[in-house]
Each structure stands twice: as structure tokens, then as C-alpha cells.
Design a protein around this ligand. Structure first.
Ligand SMILES: *[C@@H]1O[C@H](CO)[C@@H](O)[C@H](O)[C@H]1NC(C)=O
Ligand SMILES: *[C@@H]1O[C@H](CO)[C@@H](O)[C@H](O)[C@H]1NC(C)=O
Length: 496
């Protein structure tokens, strides 16, 4: 009797842990669709996630009027007559410390388009889980995520600064994962994306198989781009050169290609240092990212350039692009063309609203084959930064995508990745969203502001091994690289 009971308990706990494992859903949709997809994970811990049961579990938030509607068999909820950004619709959930929550929802507004955020109000704090630019007449997918510092009840709601729009919500999902499950997802994708079965056949000079041959495999070089930024001092230290070239397959020069380094005096260009560094790395088979053609931050402009305007300014910019891009044509693993384009607008202020578009276009004309990157911070790091969130990033890519000069422009996604404590589920969702473009994604300036032992933990949790280099004024950033083919289930397409 006793034994039977034990057995029963055993099988119960077994089947429970078996049924619990939920694979991560890497899919993200960047097209605006006539009908939303079903909620990911069947809604996870969200009750009535597809609004099939009308008002069940959903309620008014703030002072919005909440209405449950149906169009063509599809049920959804509408928050209207909004007066405050947060006036919307909400659901109560319980969030646990230590779990990683992946969030998604499909949103629509009743006119034009408007950025809409998903927020969790918890203990008087507002946790941003992601955002999307919602449109009218079709559904946009918001994908995000969050973690919490303390367990407790929370309220999910939606927010838009544009109070004149109705917010429509459907197919909501909040799926928790334990850290163990999260790590299992990494392991599974490493197995799938990084490993292959190899058959080795050892033969003698006559081509006959050698029985029981001993085979040794030694890794001589990394199989994926992994790098670090360098500065010109590498030219002077043999020890540093050896250390560097044994480890890294990619690099970026911190400042040596930047305009303020190559043309200190107007009209006196000097590329001797950048040339020497490039030639050194070429000799050692280390690929070099070009950083950068121009930088859109007012703070980092040459004095003499600041004093120019109109046609003179335009000519100076054109000369810069021609000079640096044609000089290194076909020799770089990508160019950061207008650095930090989403946050800053120095060139727009000087040359008008199409400045960045025209700079990318000129770069394309002078070197049509090298991938042209955007390079931004906070896209993975900070869900609250609406300047560079994935939705804004996509909007800029869509603008630049129409450039056709000597063929279509090939664009790349550069994510600086300056972390404090990374919000892993948000970071993953942002990568899923950007990955849906099919464009290459590089983490270009990865660093973690934390004590070294914490840094190591964070790097491990966040990467499972695909680090790489940098730029900017910082020193010692480690850059990671994600290439699109390393992201599972990402279709190679670009439908916008
Ligand atoms: C260019 O820069 C290098 C390195 O700073 C310097 O040695 C050289 O004299 C410069 N060339 C000219 C023509 O100014
Ligand atoms: C360029 O892009 C257009 C529009 O997406 C496409 O129809 C065309 O085939 C592309 N051309 C090349 C050479 O890839």
C-alpha cells in the first residue's frame, strides 16, 4: 500500500515536470495584419487572453471607457474616451521574483498611428515591458518582457501619450520562465544552430580506411565573429598584438576612423593611423568594422565644421563621405554610417530632415557592397527609451530601405548594448522583433556597468557565448555579435 502510494506520487511529480517545459517562442511579427495571431503560449498566465469571454478578467484602468467588440468573429477590447496617457484597460496578475516574463499583445488604434506601451504597475512602481507603434485598420504585435525585484500583485495596462486615440487590445500573453528553463532554451538553440554532426574518415595514402585511427581536433579560430575594440596603441605593443589576434576575429577602432581624428584641420585629411591599423588587422585575418562615417551627436563635432552652414557645410559632409568610404571600399565588415541616428540630429539640424537618408545614400554610392549599419544605444537596454525602441528602429530602417543607388542598399542593425542589469526577457524580445527583418544584427559595444564578478555572471546569462567589439569614447567594451542565422526560427525576409 505504502509502496503504491509512493509510486503514484512519483509518477505524478514526473508528469508534472514533464508537461511544464515550455519551449521559447522566438517568433515576432513586424507587419501590421488584418487579424491578430493567437496569443503566444495560449496567453500564459493571462486570463481570457483572446477576449473570447468578453469582459472576464479585464477592467477599466484610469478613466477610459472600456468596451468589448467583435469584428468578423474576432473579439477584442477597446479603451476609448481617454484623457490621460494611462487611461486604458487592465488585468491583474501576480508576478514572482526570479522568473523571466515574456510578454506579447496585439494592438490597434482607431485613427492614424500612435506609440503604445505595455506597463505593469506594481507597488507604486511602473515597469515598462515594451512598446509598438500601433496603426489603424490593422493589428501590430508588441513583444516585450520583464522581471521583478519582489514578488507581488501587479496590474498590466497600456499607455499612449496620444489621448485622442482609442487603444484596441487583443491576443495578450504573459509567459513566465524559470532561470533553469531559460537556460534550457539557450542550450537547445546552441544544439540546433551551432552544432552539426561531422563524419571524419581517416585514410592511408592508398585511400584505405585506417582502423582505430586516433584523431585530434584542435580549434584554431572561433567559428563566429567575436571581438573587441582597439585603439592606436596596439600598433606599439607586440604583446598586446599577440594577445588580441589570438582571441578575436573582429574589431572596431575606437576613434581612429572618426572624422574628428582624420581631419582635425579643415582640408588636411590624415589617415595614416587608421591605414596602419587596418593593414595590421588584414595581415592577421581580423575583420574590421568601420566606425563611423559621421556621428549625429552635437557634442562630437569638429569646431571648424560647426562654423560652416548651407552649401559649404553640405560640401564638407559630401567630401568626408567620399573620402573615408571610398578609401576603405570593400575592405570593411560593415560601416556605422550615421552613428546614433535615432537619438541625435546634428546633421538634420544643419542639412534638413533628409540629412541621414542622404548620407546613407552617398555612402551607398561610394561603396555599394559594404553593409550600412545603424548603431544605437538603449534598444536592448532600456524599454523606457522611446527614441530607440525596436519600433522606432524599424521605422528608420523602413525609411532607409528605399535607397536605390547602384543596387539596393544592404542595411545592418547595430545595437550598442551598454547594460547595467540587463532585462533578459525584454532584450530577447527586442532581438526577436528586429530579427524578423532578416537583417544582420550585431551587438556592437557590449559592456556591463557592474563589479567584475557580477559582469561575468551577466555576460554568461545574456550571451551563452557570442560576444564581440566597439567604438565611442569608451574603453575596453566587448562587442558581441549576433548574426541573423544564429537566431532560430527567423525567416529570411523583409516584408514591411
Ligand atoms: C599624419 O599623422 C601622423 C600620425 O599622427 C603623423 O606622423 C604625420 O606627420 C601626419 N602627416 C601629415 C602630412 O601631417
Ligand atoms: C531591390 O528591391 C526591390 C524592392 O524590394 C526588389 O523588387 C528588387 O528585386 C531588388 N533588387 C535587387 C537587385 O535585389
Amino acid at each position: 500500500m505504502k509502496r503504491l502510494l509512493l509510486l503514484a506520487l512519483c509518477s505524478l511529480s514526473l508528469s508534472r515536470s514533464e508537461s511544464k517545459f515550455v519551449p521559447y517562442d522566438y517568433s515576432a511579427t513586424i507587419e501590421c495584419l488584418a487579424k491578430p495571431f493567437k496569443p503566444q503560449y495560449n496567453g500564459g498566465i493571462i486570463v481570457n487572453p483572446d477576449l473570447r469571454n468578453g469582459p472576464q478578467a479585464w477592467s477599466q484602468f484610469g478613466n477610459a471607457k472600456v468596451e468589448f467588440r467583435e469584428i468578423g468573429g474576432d473579439k477584442f477590447v477597446v479603451a476609448r474616451e481617454r484623457k490621460q496617457p494611462f487611461d486604458s484597460v487592465s488585468q491583474k496578475v501576480y508576478l514572482e521574483k526570479g522568473l523571466l516574463y515574456t510578454f506579447s499583445a496585439w494592438l490597434q488604434v482607431n485613427k492614424g498611428n500612435a506609440p503604445v506601451k505595455a506597463v505593469f504597475k506594481k507597488n507604486g512602481e511602473y515597469k515598462h515591458a515594451g512598446s509598438v507603434i500601433a496603426e489603424s485598420k490593422c493589428w501590430s504585435m508588441l513583444k516585450g518582457g520583464l522581471t521583478v525585484d519582489e514578488s507581488g500583485p501587479a496590474e498590466l495596462y497600456f499607455e499612449s501619450d496620444d489621448t485622442t486615440v482609442e487603444i484596441w487590445v487583443d491576443s495578450v500573453s504573459l509567459q513566465p520562465f524559470t532561470e533553469k528553463e531559460w537556460n534550457t532554451h539557450h542550450e537547445l538553440s546552441i544544439q540546433k544552430e551551432r552544432k552539426r554532426t561531422v563524419r571524419i574518415r581517416a585514410v592511408n595514402s592508398k585511400g584505405e580506411p585506417i582502423p582505430k585511427a586516433t584523431i585530434t581536433v584542435e580549434q584554431r579560430k572561433l567559428g563566429f565573429p567575436f571581438g573587441c575594440e582597439v585603439e592606436k596603441n596596439i600598433l606599439e605593443s607586440q604583446a598586446y598584438q599577440n594577445w588580441f589576434t589570438q582571441r578575436f576575429t573582429v574589431t572596431t577602432f575606437a576613434n581612429e576612423m572618426k572624422w574628428y581624428s582624420t581631419e582635425v584641420v579643415r582640408g588636411k585629411e590624415n589617415y595614416s593611423i587608421a591605414d596602419a591599423m587596418l593593414s595590421f588587422f588584414k595581415k592577421h585575418g581580423v575583420a574590421v568594422r568601420g566606425h563611423n562615417v559621421v556621428w549625429n551627436d552635437d557634442k562630437y563635432q569638429l569646431q571648424w565644421l560647426n562654423s560652416l552652414s548651407g552649401r559649404e557645410f553640405y560640401n564638407a559632409v559630401k567630401q568626408r563621405i567620399f573620402s573615408v568610404v571610398s578609401r576603405y571600399k570593400g575592405q570593411l565588415a560593415g560601416w556605422d554610417v550615421v552613428n546614433e541616428n535615432l537619438h541625435f540630429s546634428y546633421f538634420e539640424k544643419k542639412m534638413g530632415p533628409k540629412a541621414s537618408y542622404n548620407i546613407y545614400k552617398m555612402a551607398q554610392a561610394f561603396d555599394p557592397t559594404t553593409t550600412k549599419f545603424l548603431n544605437e544605444y538603449n534598444t536592448l537596454e532600456e524599454p523606457r527609451d522611446s527614441d530607440s525602441c525596436p519600433a522606432r528602429y524599424l521605422k528608420k530602417l523602413r525609411e532607409l530601405k528605399s535607397i536605390r543607388v547602384r543596387g539596393n542598399i544592404s542595411l545592418g542593425i547595430g545595437l550598442e548594448s551598454h547594460f547595467k542589469t540587463p532585462n533578459l526577457p525584454y532584450m530577447r524580445s527586442a532581438l526577436d522583433t528586429l530579427g524578423a527583418t532578416g537583417l544582420p544584427i550585431w551587438l556592437t559595444e557590449v559592456d556591463v556597468e557592474a563589479p567584475p564578478n557580477v559582469q561575468a555572471q551577466v555576460f554568461r546569462a545574456g550571451s551563452k557565448g557570442r560576444p564581440r567589439t566597439s567604438s565611442s569614447e569608451r574603453n575596453g567594451d566587448v562587442e558581441w555579435l549576433f548574426s541573423n542565422r544564429l537566431l532560430p526560427n527567423v525567416p529570411h525576409r523583409w516584408k514591411l
